[in-house]
Design a protein. Sequence first.
Length: 298
Amino acid sequence: MYKFVIIGCGTAGSLHAAQTATLGKLEAVCDIKPEKAQALGEKHDARAYRSIEDLLSGTPDADIVCVCTPAGLHAEHIIKSLQAGRNVISESPLCLTKAAAWQMIETEKFCGRRLVPYEAYHSYRLPAGLETKITAAHSFELICHDRADEQEDGNSWQLQRFPGGGRLYTSFCREIDLLVKLFGLPAIVKGSTGGQISPSATENNGEAEMQMANGSKGRLAWATGGAERKSQLRIFDEKGGITSIDLPGNRLQHGDIYPGMLRDFHEKKSTAPLLLRAAATAEAIEKIYKGILPENHD
């Protein structure tokens, strides 16, 4: 039975806690807000810590650290956990930049531990053979909508450029992951964003025209503040045919993911393909923002 600890006691941390407490033993939780750590710890009979250093030193027999903090803090928290000799499950997205992703990948190798990007298990059920049919002649349109944030007063980290990164990281990284899986990385990006109240705040909406590395072209548009979370990817072939994929309604849920992920842990299945995919998603979002917000990405 695996022994878990969780860093970050927000919504994602609570979801991971429910799974780890059912499939293993949740030993401890950590959050910079003591009241949040205390509440989640009491709910699952786990010790509560305020700092990651105290958590790691106080739980030497823990097997897996679940990192559920904002994406901009993932690199620091994951690297510290790996260096402390722990295996790590990272919430999505893996990080904000290509450089941070590769730093974590190299740390995993050096420390002889395992880093599993949780987002890579959020698979979509796609039409049979679709991945092998995509060519440069295909084009796409990805339209993403999300609900309004619970905290609209600006205090939520999701609303801040750091550590949230932007809406494509906090709300739509799994849709971008699918786009990269089918079309590869973007090569050329032009677009704009809207709804920012300050340079340090995230955008409420945006759009981008992209040319992908394989030659395909497409349009990405996203917006938040709607009544529901609903996205759609439309793929156009050279003959005028259209394939529509509704997102994220057909995605695996937490209860379906954890058993398979832990089985892979037990069987020591290679994490390399999953990490490379997660790194590519972070790189793709970074490229999109560099194309539409160059002043923030010098």
